[in-house]
Design a protein around this ligand. Structure first.
Ligand code: NAD
Length: 264
């Protein structure tokens, strides 16, 4: 427990269950004194998200589907009503048709390409535009990305293309919003077994490959991501914007597999 985020109010989007990266970040933020609001996607997740939000003392839990502009408007209208201002928001949202997180990227359909881009990339920009209005004293915006944006990873396919666009949008948003003291950053997390990750073919192999071949020789946890998120959400990172911070046991610096890696 500490007070890195004491007096700050933050919105957490993308909580599905207690294995979500959003949960690791929310718990870390609440432990440091932040007051939190949450959104959930649809009624099916409401019953999972409400008790988790309550556990962290949150009184603001709202539905939001980021493919629906009216639903995003409603969230920010309510935040304006109850809080008047916002200090940070976390976007931990991505979606693609599972059938295309397998096989070849070249076979991506136009429909799923657009849908993946809309939910996994454009939504962060759409939410940033709304959040900006509540951040007149500055603020911190954070999204989640993956190394598949930079290098080809098996089966990541259209999601890798969407994450590359998301990382570029972090830089453009940082430039647009910097004048008012709003910082925009991303965490590039190593693979973690979550609901979204279970849609990726052969995910267990990817986990083991990262464990054996990263400098730290382990995979990362949602607590690892939460700890780094605290830095980006708090004033500790006051001079940092447009950045993609890798929280991946150092995997992205490796040029070849580790010599001591067992066969998998
Ligand atoms: P998760 O399944 O727990 O979270 C994904 C969330 O996206 C869910 O809460 C879901 O409701 C939400 N979502 C999907 N479509 C939505 C929509 N239309 N409107 C509103 N919400 C919607 O999985 P996670 O792994 O915690 O994913 C969080 C973020 O972290 C994603 O951006 C993901 O790409 C990223 N990420 C994950 C990993 C990993 O290995 N798990 C690695 C790097 C980055």
């Amino acid at each position: 427990k500490g007070n890195l985020l004491a007096g700050k109010r933050g919105l957490i989007m993308g909580l599905a269950n207690n294995r979500s990266i959003a949960w690791g970040i929310a718990r870390a933020a609440a432990d440091q004194g932040a007051e939190l609001a949450f959104t959930y996607q649809g009624d099916a997740l409401k019953k999972r998200v409400e008790p988790l939000a309550k556990e962290l003392g949150s009184k603001v839990v709202l539905p939001c589907d980021v493919s629906d502009a009216a639903s995003m408007d409603a969230v920010f209208a309510e935040l304006e009503r109850v809080w008047g201002k916002l200090d940070f928001f976390v976007h931990a949202i991505a979606f693609s048709d599972k059938a295309e997180l397998d096989g070849r990227y070249v076979d991506t359909t136009e429909k799923n390409f657009s849908q993946t881009m809309l939910i996994s990339c454009y939504s962060f920009t759409a939410l940033a535009a709304r959040a900006e209005k509540l951040m007149s004293d500055g603020g911190s915006m954070l999204t989640l990305t993956y190394y598949g944006a930079e290098k080809v990873m098996p089966h990541y396919n259209v999601m890798g293309v969407a994450k590359a666009a998301l990382e570029a949008s972090v830089r453009y948003l940082a430039a647009d919003l910097g004048k008012t003291g709003i910082r925009v950053n991303a965490i590039s997390a190593g693979p973690i077994k979550t609901l979204a990750a279970s849609g990726i073919a052969d995910f267990r192999y990817i986990l083991r490959w990262n464990e054996y071949n990263s400098p730290l020789r382990r995979t990362v946890s949602i607590e690892d991501v939460g700890g780094s998120a605290l830095y980006l959400l708090s004033d500790l990172s006051g001079g940092v914007t447009g950045e993609v911070l890798h929280v991946d046991s150092g995997y992205h610096v490796q040029g070849m597999k580790n010599e001591d890696a067992p066969d998998i």
